[in-house]
Ligand binder design. Structure first.
Ligand code: SME
Length: 160
């Protein structure tokens, strides 16, 4: 139904422009949050190299609960403030961690993970979800990745 051309040799800014265009095309007109998260998790895994986990946690009754993702089975519930995801949800601020072993309270769902980028999705001033990307490479994520995923989080506000 949907097919997207992915060229890994493109500059990172172009990769994110393409990823966002694909996400916009997939979620426009669809109000089901689970469907939208599932498709965006698939896009993240397709477009971004060197990831071992890509997906969502949702804020439910004051804790994070696992949402749609691509990767190995993961921790189901994470307390706000706990680990990298919990820090992003509690503060409303992106967490870009070059070395997860150096992050206090990091939760090792997948022992392969070395670096992590977690971006909150904010609707009406409240964190409703976080986007979580894990990589087996140290310092996999740079400022361009952070900017790209923050744009994606804005697009998803109110739609997941
Ligand atoms: N490492 C995360 C937990 C989620 S998994 O990586 C999928 C954390 O510390 O919050």
């Amino acid at each position: 139904m949907f097919s997207f051309d992915i060229d890994a040799s493109l500059p990172k800014a172009q990769v994110y422009a393409d990823l966002l265009a694909a996400a916009r095309a997939l979620i426009e007109g669809e109000r089901d949050g689970i469907a939208n998260m599932a498709n965006v998790a698939a896009l993240l895994a397709q477009y971004l190299p060197d990831l071992n986990w890509a997906g969502f946690y949702r804020v439910v009754d004051g804790e994070l609960v696992l949402g749609p993702f691509v990767g190995k089975p993961a921790c189901i519930r994470i307390a706000l403030g706990s680990g990298v995801c919990g820090a992003a949800a509690a503060t409303g601020e992106t967490q870009r961690v070059d070395d997860v072993h150096a992050f206090p309270g990091h939760i090792a769902c997948d022992a392969d993970s070395r670096s992590e980028l977690v971006v909150p999705v904010i609707t009406d001033g409240k964190v409703t979800h976080v986007i979580d990307l894990d990589s087996p490479s140290p310092a996999r994520f740079d400022a361009d990745d952070q900017a790209g995923i923050e744009r994606l989080a804005s697009l998803l506000s109110g739609r997941v």
